[in-house]
Design a binder for this molecule. Structure first.
Ligand SMILES: NC(=O)c1ccc[n+]([C@@H]2O[C@H](COP(=O)([O-])OP(=O)(O)OC[C@H]3O[C@@H](n4cnc5c(N)ncnc54)[C@H](O)[C@@H]3O)[C@@H](O)[C@H]2O)c1
Length: 372
């Protein structure tokens, strides 16, 4: 597999290890190598999975425990945490204790308290901690941020964030549907558009959240997605199937949220739509018949008033079928080398997790939840 061989290796390149040899590892490895970093080891508590991935991606060393790796691997600069959600917190804290920089898959943690502790430890140990909000690294998001940063959009007053699936439950009874292991259902799993909307809005301070969750169809096999993990018989299923929410910010702006794995929607849609003081805009993917295929439709547009007319501007970008996953990993490695600013910060992750906690708290209480 030549495309996975290390490229651009040099004596100064950063050395990174992968923790978790699941499906996302390939994007992280490709991104790190594209930045000239070296992937020196793969850790998976399933030793066979680690060996198989190491062979596939031409990585020299494997370990079945992260601690064993930290004690023996030499010259390691950073790790990528690509394991189920509940293990993000302990694995990130462990990596920071060993003085390593960390790129962690989303969600940052199970809740805001964990995210806050991770952010505090990264700051105290002066290590980079970034999360895989890969949708920020999509060509559409890079293009839209350029317009926003150059002032073409003005102040974004309101935004709508949606990741809505019709039949996309990622397996029944496994870690995804077990709140203790996942932190929740589509709200936390598909948090990307909430993050992207907040990123476009320059992460304002949230004030109130009012939300409701629904669990219709969560155990209905007709709503299983074409991807995910194997079903676990007699496993736990205690997460939502869909959620709708509304966030107000201290500066008076607003964000509407729709997330679902299973809901009577026409088509899977992943979008941020916003209304600014100079222009509105949309970044959207309508998924194809089989996920990311040739029938999917991408849109990146701005809406303006010009010469007394309503004008729609289409921003044309190159397609990226990885949805920014490879580019996000490349950004982490480049930011370690001081060659690019990091695409996200731990403080943003804490704010995002506070909104997610508040969505669940509001759904439980039936009341708006204030974020202090
Ligand atoms: N950014 C994205 O687009 C995207 C897409 C899919 C999944 N994810 C995230 O990636 C993470 C992993 O998801 P997945 O679908 O690859 O899961 P998975 O269950 O397919 O694979 C996870 C791997 O981690 C290993 N593992 C578990 N605990 C471990 C530990 N303590 N130490 C070492 N290895 C351990 C498992 O043995 C398994 O091989 C999740 O947090 C998920 O939310 C992100």
């Amino acid at each position: 597999m030549d495309q996975f061989k290390d490229e651009g290796w040099n004596i100064m390149s950063k050395k990174i290890a992968i923790i978790g040899a699941g499906g996302m590892a390939s994007y992280h490895i490709a991104g790190f190598r594209a930045a000239g970093a070296e992937v020196i080891a793969i850790v998976d508590k399933n030793a066979e999975a680690a060996k198989k991935a190491a062979q596939k991606f031409c990585v020299e060393k494997t370990y079945s425990s992260s601690r064993q790796m930290y004690e023996t691997a030499r010259g390691l600069d950073a790790v990528s945490v690509i394991t189920p959600n509940a293990s993000h917190f302990p694995l990130v804290m462990e990596a920071l204790s060993y003085g390593k920089h960390v790129f962690c898959e989303k969600p940052p943690a199970l809740n805001a308290a964990q995210a806050q502790a991770m952010a505090g430890k990264a700051a105290a140990s002066r290590r980079t901690l970034m999360f895989d909000f890969n949708n920020r690294a999509r060509p559409e998001a890079y293009a839209m941020m350029e317009y926003i940063n150059k002032g073409s959009v003005g102040r974004i007053n309101s935004a709508q964030a949606s990741w809505i699936r019709r039949a996309g439950i990622p397996g029944f009874g496994g870690w995804f549907t077990n709140k203790k292991l996942s932190g929740g259902g589509p709200v936390i799993d598909l948090l990307h558009m909430i993050d992207l909307a907040l990123y476009f809005m320059d992460y304002p301070q949230p004030k109130f959240v009012l939300a409701q969750t629904f669990s219709d169809f969560i155990a209905d096999k007709a709503f299983k997605g074409p991807w995910g993990i194997p079903d676990v018989r007699k496993g736990v299923t205690d997460v939502e199937a869909a959620a709708h929410g509304f966030v107000t910010f201290k500066d008076g702006r607003t964000l509407s949220i729709r997330n679902s794995w299973a809901e009577m929607n026409k088509r899977e849609e992943v979008s941020v739509v916003f209304q600014g003081s100079k222009a509105g805009g949309m970044v959207r993917r309508l998924f194809g018949i089989d996920g990311i295929d040739s029938t999917s439709i991408d849109t990146c547009e701005l809406y303006v008033q010009e010469n007394g007319r309503s004008v729609n501007r289409t921003i044309i970008v190159e397609p990226d079928e990885t949805m920014g996953r490879t580019r996000a990993a490349k950004n982490f490695a480049l930011s370690l080398a001081g060659e690019e600013p990091p695409l996200n910060t731990p403080d943003e992750a804490v704010k995002l997790m506070k909104i997610i906690d508040a969505i669940y708290a509001s759904a439980k209480s039936g009341k708006p939840v204030e974020i202090k």
